[in-house]
Structure formats: C-alpha cells, structure tokens
Write a protein that binds this ligand. Structure first.
Ligand code: TYM
Length: 334
C-alpha cells in the first residue's frame, strides 16, 4: 500500500574515503539538489564503505563530518531530505548479511570496482572489498528507493542491486522495489586533469589531477592551467582522440549548466590557453559558495550533530520496516 501512496524515493551516498572531489560533486551531489522537491530523498555518508581500505580513524571522522557539511552547503535541505551517516543505521549492515546470502560469488567477482581496487590494494584484498556492492544494495533496497543518482562508474553496482532484488523477490514475492540508476547527461564521468584517460579520484597519485571541493580558488586555477590537453587546436568534444580537451568541455558544461555543443560554440576559435583558465574560473565560482558555507557549518559541531542524529532517527524508522519484513520472509523469528 505504502508504495502506491508515497512519492518516488531516492537514495544516494558517497564514501568518505578521501576529501570530496569535483568528480563526486558533478557526478552525484549536484544532481541530488534538484530532486528534493519532487521525491522523498535520503542522502547518506557511506562511512562503512570507506573502511574497506585502511583509514586513519581521526581523518575518517573529520572527512565524514566535512562531507555532511558539504551536502548541506551544496543545497541539501535536511528539513526536506533525510541526511544521515550510514553506520548510525545498523539495519543496513544487518540487511547486508542477509542479502549476502543471495549474492553470487561469480557476480561479485565480475565487478569492475572490485577488480580495480584489488589491483590497487594487492596487500589488503579483504572480504569487505568483495562484498562492498552487497552493502550498497542494502543501502538502496532497505528504503525501497526507486532512483539512485550516481556517476557512470557506479551504474554496474546499481544493476547488481536490481539482480539481487529480483532474485530475492522471485523467491519471496514482491519485497523490494527494483531501483534504477540515474546518470546525468553531463558530468557523470569527470576525468583526471593530468591523465584524462583515468577517472578523477581522491586516490589519484598526482594531486594536480584532482580538484577538491574544498580547494581554494588559487589552487583550482593552478590545476586547470596545468591541465593536460591534446595535440591540435580545436575545442571539440571527442573523448577518444581528444580526452584532455573533452574532459575540460565536460567540466565547463556541467559548471555552466549547458550542453557540450553550447560549450564548443562558446569557445569556437579560442585557444587552449584561453579555454583552460575559463574552465578554472567557472569551477571557482561554482565551488566558492559551497566551500564558504561548509566552513561556517563546520564551526557549529553541535548543530551538525543535531542534524545527523535526527537524520539517523528518521532513516532508522523506515529501514526497520523493510528489515522486519525481510526477516519474516526468510524465516527468522522476529
Ligand atoms: P564514491 O564515493 O566512489 O563516489 C560517490 C559518487 O560520485 C560519483 N563519482 C563521479 N562522478 C563523475 N566523475 C567522477 N570522476 C566521479 N567520481 C565519483 C560516483 O559515481 C558516485 O555516484 N559505492 C559508492 C557509494 C555508495 C552508494 C550507496 C551510492 C554507497 N552506498 C548507495 C549510491 C547508493 C561509491 O563508492 O561512490
């Protein structure tokens, strides 16, 4: 019944395994804002996902709070949306155990992120790294989310979530809503400024390749001025042959809220030397208010605590209903 009456639901999350990047902002947070009026939204700090690679505990706590502050300063309204920290709602981890019994070794082994991460962390290929997508599936399914706004690289995990939900539903009836990934037409794949064939990521080795949400204007400008471009002179979108320039077009388009074609037209006849600082300036202006707001929010830790506690309470109430239903279905005594 609940399904017919309620607004469609959205859940998304970011793991605080590093400082937030322009990639996670453009691929995820930026799209979250606009959904708040027409959907029931839950936005979460996925701290349990972060510990699949070794973290400094103090740093993890700092980044989790900073990430929460960034959500709010970017425009997530905690009165409209439920904003919370994953580990505060224990039901996610509990559901994750149950769903792990409905996720196959073979399908988890095929996850691109698992393959990448196990290469990068060859000395710590722990079980959490392997079952990571099951926890993500639990994050999504426990709220019966309809839509999951993510960047391109997380689409595969949302598809796996559907497969797990389908498998469970085919045994026990219609328990879970099948979620769909929402991948924005522009900004879903932001690449490194130094090696544009790789995703911009917090774990990048060259710090000039990655723009952080909290970077100061001078740092942002420096990174864009040094951005790798391609041979040739034309400002034209062609990921395969011109990955550097295409990435800058993508970033400018997402920052200015226009299409790639409009960006090409705006810079027609201009040189790379003119284009690169223009992209930098657009990003500086985009990020300035977010950074400034976040800095002031972080000064009031008590208010942040009030917000995440209230978020956890609201989320836990919803999560408990699904978990209870699932437990009954599989034969646990509740
Ligand atoms: P994470 O923390 O790696 O990334 C968070 C979000 O940002 C997007 N993203 C990017 N988009 C465009 N260009 C980039 N360079 C870029 N880098 C990151 C990601 O696609 C993602 O949307 N497992 C998830 C976190 C998670 C989650 C969930 C997501 C946990 N539970 C439930 C959705 C629903 C992750 O590691 O994302």
């Amino acid at each position: 019944m609940e399904n017919q009456e309620r607004k469609k639901r959205i859940l998304s999350a970011i793991k605080p395994s590093g400082d937030l990047t322009l990639g996670s902002y453009m691929g995820a947070i930026k799209n979250w804002i606009g959904f708040q009026d027409s959907f029931d939204c839950l936005y979460c700090v996925a701290d349990l996902h972060a510990i699949t690679v070794r973290q400094d505990p103090k740093e993890l706590r700092r980044r989790s709070l900073e990430q929460l502050a960034a959500y709010l300063s970017a425009g997530i309204d905690y009165r409209k949306s439920i904003v919370f920290i994953q580990s505060h709602v224990a039901a996610h981890a509990e559901l994750s155990w149950i769903l792990g019994c409905y996720a196959m070794f073979g399908e988890l082994s095929r996850m691109t992120q698992f393959k990448d991460k196990s290469q990068k962390n060859a000395d710590n290929i722990n079980a959490g790294l392997f079952t990571y997508p099951v926890l993500m599936a639990s994050d999504i399914l426990i709220y019966n989310a309809d839509l999951v706004p993510v960047g391109d690289d997380q689409k595969q995990h949302v598809e796996l979530t559907r497969d797990i939900a389908n498998r469970f539903n085919s045994v026990y009836g219609n328990v879970f809503t099948l979620p769909e990934a929402f991948v924005a037409p522009v900004g879903a794949r932001i690449m490194s400024l130094q090696s544009p064939e790789n995703k911009m990521s917090k774990s990048e080795s060259d710090p000039n390749g990655c723009v952080l949400l909290m970077d100061k204007p001078d740092d942002i400008m420096r990174k864009f001025k040094r951005a790798v471009t391609d041979s040739g002179r034309e400002i034209r979108f062609d990921r395969e042959n011109k990955p550097g320039v295409s990435n800058l077009i993508e970033i400018y388009s997402a920052a200015a809220g226009i299409s790639r074609e409009e960006t090409e037209a705006r810079f027609e006849g201009k040189s790379y030397g003119e284009f690169k600082p223009a992209v930098g300036e657009a990003v500086v202006e985009l990020l300035r208010p977010i950074r400034e707001n976040a800095e002031s929010l972080l000064r009031d830790k008590a208010e942040l605590e009030r917000i995440y506690k209230e978020g956890a309470e609201r989320a836990a109430a919803l999560a408990a209903r699904t978990l209870n239903k699932v437990k009954k279905k599989v034969g646990l005594i509740v």
